[in-house]
Design a protein around this ligand. Structure first.
Ligand code: GRF
Length: 210
C-alpha cells in the first residue's frame, strides 16, 4: 500500500524535491499528502504547489507556545491521514507532544554522521573545522533526544584537502537526496523495526520470499 507521508519544512526544500522526484521515478511508494512550513513564502512551498501537493503555512503567530504551535501542525498532519512525518530542513526542535503523536513515525535528515556534530545548524562547518576525513549525513527516527534517535540510513563523503564549507555541504547534500528517499521506502516496505535504540532493517520482500 502506498505510504501517506507529510513534510515539515522551513526553507529551500531540496530534500522535499528529491523525494518528489524519487516518487515520480517509481523508486518510492509514497504519496505526499501535505507539506507544512513554519515560515511564509519559502521555496519549499513553491516546490509543493508546482507539483500539485497541498501546502500549508503554520507560523505559530498567535499560538501561546511552541507546544501549541506544533500541536496545531500535528493535528493537520493527522487530519490528512499522514502516517510518516518527514522533517527536511525543519528549523525547530520538535516538542515531545508532537513526537508522541507519531511514535517512531517521524524521521529527520541531518548533515553529519551522527552521533558526531549533533544538535547544531552548522554540522558541515564543524566537521571541516574539526578536521575529520570522512563526513556525511544521517536519516534517523525523531525522539525527544535531539538528533539521537535510532539511525535508519547513513552515507559517507570524503573530506577533500581543498574543501570549503560550501563544497563539503554540496557533496553531503547530494547524499541526503539519495538516502532520504531510501529511508522513506524502508517504511513503505514496512522493513523498519525498533529494538532499543537500534532501527533494525528487515530484508526486502523479494529476498524474504525466496
Ligand atoms: C539539509 O542540509 C538538512 O540536512 C538540514 O537542513 C538542510 C535542508 O535543506 N536539516 P533543504 O531545505 O532540504 O534544501
Amino acid at each position: 500500500m502506498t505510504l501517506p507521508i507529510g513534510f515539515l519544512v522551513s526553507g529551500r526544500g531540496s530534500n522535499l524535491q528529491a523525494v518528489i522526484d524519487a516518487i515520480a521515478r517509481g523508486e518510492v511508494d509514497a504519496d505526499i499528502l501535505l507539506v507544512i512550513s513554519n515560515h511564509p513564502g519559502i521555496p519549499a512551498l513553491d516546490r509543493a504547489s508546482r507539483h500539485g501537493i497541498r501546502a500549508a503555512t503554520v507560523t505559530g503567530e498567535g499560538s501561546p507556545s511552541r507546544r501549541e504551535h506544533q500541536i496545531e501542525m500535528a493535528r493537520l498532519l493527522e487530519q490528512h491521514g499522514v502516517e510518516l512525518v518527514v522533517l527536511a530542513g525543519f528549523d525547530r526542535i520538535v516538542v515531545p507532544e508532537m513526537i508522541e503523536r507519531f511514535p517512531h513515525r517521524m524521521i529527520n535528515v541531518h548533515p553529519s554522521l551522527l552521533p558526531a556534530f549533533a544538535n547544531t545548524l552548522h554540522a558541515q562547518r564543524e566537521a571541516l573545522n574539526y578536521g575529520v576525513k570522512l563526513a556525511g549525513c544521517t536519516v534517523h527516527i525523531v525522539t525527544a533526544d535531539v538528533d539521537a534517535g535510532p539511525i535508519l540510513v547513513q552515507a559517507c563523503v570524503p573530506v577533500l584537502e581543498d574543501d570549503t564549507e560550501e563544497s563539503l555541504t554540496a557533496r553531503i547534500l547530494e547524499q541526503e537526496h539519495r538516502i532520504l528517499p531510501q529511508a522513506i521506502q524502508l517504511f513503505a516496505e514496512k522493513r523498519v523495526r525498533i529494538e532499543g535504540r537500534r532501527a533494525v532493517i528487515g530484508p526486502a520482500r523479494e529476498t524474504a520470499e525466496r
